[in-house]
Write a protein that binds this ligand. Structure first.
Ligand code: PEP
Ligand code: MN
Length: 676
């Protein structure tokens, strides 16, 4: 007879021994990273891992333990080791908290919600206390961090059953926050109720809509159940507690059910038992990820309006041998049937190869924004199955070295890069709804200097449409020399213009004067104008650089072409790759015209830059009779279009009347241009 308790005792001793050894191994792991620290070696050494696993399997065979079991155990051990080494070299919160001991984390939902649970897991290694700022909507979570109410936003981004969380993708596009980390969390839904009653008695279920979608098979199997949607899983548990009805149930995590002290009627009710949600941590300041840590970078881009530009963009990743781990597309709000692409790829933005990749990628994009580089949560398993069966040395899977072609930079374009022909040799074509600006097209933008009334802009829009102008211009915020001059109708004018544009099916362009107008004006117009007086208003340039509406940048009246291109570079470098340059006359000693139209800017700029260039003869000449010949000359010298002012009654115009064309002159100009 075996002595069971003695055997169990022995097993306990062995287990203790295993734990001691694991702890010993962890200590050695930390020593290893210190040694690697001195030598600057990466944390992962997959060749060494392969060798290690091979040895273990061989030794295991001798001891009668199968390879499958040992690989499983050692995958866990290696992963643990990698994580320990990662947290040794990367103090995630240190870079942002300046020594504070409490981390404030904004989440959508309450205690027990999946965001809450995943955030606890994510920050577990930080050794800091967590304080939660609980919000109802994702947007409020982001705003809380932007405004400094919390240190981190912790948001779900995708689920392996129900897919991407669109609202969060859209928020990432517009926020100034950077992604600083990710966490995948296994979602295990259960059905919870106040009392332990039979599931068939349940009449109503409260659930988050995503959770309900993930448990649809289970819900359908229940007779006579009504479903009511809730903002988060934990809140639905809170709700059944509040209501006190034993026939009401909630779908939530087991943790939430336990937290609220309710009964779990059934566990694992999701359609897919393997159900994971990936969360992102975002902060005001981007982090520098230690180069030894496996790193991911997320970006969002809109590809150029050229057939095959997405394929070209993706080929850049192949060229640099960089692995894309995620590609998701979202419609661009306000531009039906156009898409933004969200990409995650393996690599660190600080890495030189990745910098070159980003440079190349930019050529195929019209909007570009890096969302952040962060430690990859996924510890990729060293492939071993193939080696387990053979004792042969593994064929090395070391990544091919990518030879980075260093671009030869011409001396002329040292101060700007993205705007230069060196960077992008083909002409950039900018699409504003159906109108293409750039390449071989000649586009006419026309309208009044200022929007003055609904009837005025409607009349101008009708005139523009009738005679073939493709874009309606008009100022709502006016930059005036005198503070006593008409300053524009502001947003009220913009509404009038938007209605006129819609009615006559014309895209609209209007000027912004201040950074805080940019987002609102961009929502209601198709093209944003930066006026001559603001060409070097750098905070305004940065702001329009962050949006994804094309920008018309006018040359300052005292600016060189080099300064104009550097101003464009500001916009491009902030992500917005859709800039149209505009020559509108410069100040010279000549006083016979308002300004001197520098038409030589057109061929010069066409050589220096891939960006489209248009001409504004109205503001340059300042006198209506001289506008038409210069408009025609603009086409002859190769401009991609013109922007001109006209008015139904120029004598009554509230701004720039003397240069406004009469309708009959505008019609004549359009006829003449067609002949060229
Ligand atoms: C305008 O287009 O109405 C305008 C003010 O032009 P600029 O900035 O070229 O003077
Ligand atoms: Mn004007």
């Amino acid at each position: 007879m075996h002595d069971l308790s003695k055997l169990r005792n022995n097993i306990n001793k062995v287990d203790e021994e295993i734990i001691k050894l694991l702890s010993e191994r962890r200590k050695l792991s930390k020593e290893v990273i210190k040694a690697k620290d001195e030598s600057d070696k990466p944390i992962r050494d997959q060749n060494r891992e392969t060798e290690l696993l091979k040895k273990i399997i061989k030794y295991g065979k001798e001891k009668g333990i199968d390879a499958h079991f040992l690989t499983k155990v050692f995958y866990e051990i290696i992963e643990d080791s990698v994580r320990i080494q990662m947290s040794e070299v990367q103090d995630l919160t240190g870079q942002q908290l300046n020594g504070r001991d409490v981390i404030t984390v904004a989440i959508q939902g309450i205690e027990g919600a999946y965001s809450f649970l995943a955030a606890n897991k994510f920050f577990a290694h930080s050794g800091k206390d967590l304080e939660f700022v609980k919000k109802k909507r994702f947007e409020e979570v982001v705003t809380a961090v932007e405004k400094g109410e919390a240190d981190y936003a912790f948001l779900p981004i995708e689920n392996t059953t129900s897919g991407g969380i669109n609202e969060v993708y859209d928020l990432m596009l517009n926020t100034s926050l950077s992604i600083v980390g990710e966490e995948t969390f296994r979602v295990k839904h259960c059905l919870a109720a106040l009392e332990n009653i039979s599931i068939n008695k349940i009449k109503k279920i409260y659930a988050h809509y995503q959770a309900a979608a993930q448990c649809s098979n289970f819900i359908e199997s229940l007779p006579n159940v009504r479903i009511e949607y809730f903002a988060d899983t934990a809140m639905s548990v809170e709700k059944i507690k509040e209501e006190g009805n034993p026939e009401f149930a909630a779908i939530a995590s087991e943790e939430a059910a336990n937290l609220f002290g309710v009964h779990i009627l059934k566990t694992d009710i999701a359609n897919q038992s393997e159900n994971y949600t990936r969360f992102l941590a975002a902060a005001r300041k981007a982090i520098d990820v230690d180069p030894r840590i496996p790193c991911k970078t997320s970006l969002v881009m809109a590809t150029a309006h050229v057939p095959g530009s997405l394929v070209d963009a993706l080929n850049v990743f192949r060229k640099f041998n960089v692995n894309i781990t995620k590609l998701e597309s979202r419609p661009i709000l306000g531009n039906p049937w156009e898409e933004m692409f969200y990409l995650d790829f393996e690599g660190n933005i600080k890495d030189e190869t990745i910098q070159h990749l980003i440079d190349d990628l930019g050529v195929y994009t019209r909007f570009f924004k890096i969302l952040g580089s962060y430690a990859s949560q996924e510890v990729l398993k060293t492939k071993l199955e193939a080696f387990a069966v053979t004792e042969e040395a593994p064929s090395s899977e070391v990544k091919k070295e990518v030879k980075v072609e260093k671009k030869i930079k011409s001396k002329k374009s040292a101060s700007y890069k993205l705007a230069s022909r060196d960077y992008k040799s083909e002409d950039t074509i900018i699409k504003v709804r159906d109108v293409e600006i750039g390449g071989a097209n000649f586009v006419v933008m026309a309208g009044p200097c200022s929007i003055e009334s609904e009837s005025q802009i409607l009349s101008c829009a009708a005139e523009a449409r009738e005679h073939g102008a493709q874009i309606l211009r008009g100022g709502c915020f006016k930059p005036r020399t005198s503070p006593y001059s008409f300053q524009g109708l502001g947003y009220e004018g913009l509404e009038m213009m938007e209605r006129a544009g819609k009615r006559y099916d014309l895209p609209i362009i209007t000027e912004v004067l201040a950074p805080d107008q940019v987002i609102e004006v961009a929502k209601h117009s198709d093209l944003i104008q930066i006026g001559a007086r603001n060409m070097q208003n750098f905070s305004l340039l940065k702001e329009v650089g962050k949006i994804h509406r094309p920008v018309l940048l006018k040359r300052g009246m005292m600016s060189s072409l080099d300064e104009l291109l550097n101003a464009a570079e500001y916009i491009l470098s902030y992500g917005n790759r859709q800039v149209i340059l505009c020559e509108r006359g410069i100040r010279t000693f000549e006083t016979a015209t308002r300004n001197t139209l520098d038409l030589s800017a057109v061929p010069v700029l066409k050589e220096l830059t891939h960006l489209p260039i248009i001409v504004d003869p109205s503001h340059a000449l300042g006198e209506r009779d001289k506008v038409i010949p210069m408009a025609k000359a603009s086409k002859i010298v190769g401009a991609h279009g013109i922007i001109v002012e006209f008015h139904p009654e120029p004598e009554k115009a509230l701004s720039d009347g003397p240069q406004a064309l009469y309708y009959h002159q505008f019609e004549e100009m359009m006829r003449d241009l067609k002949k060229l």
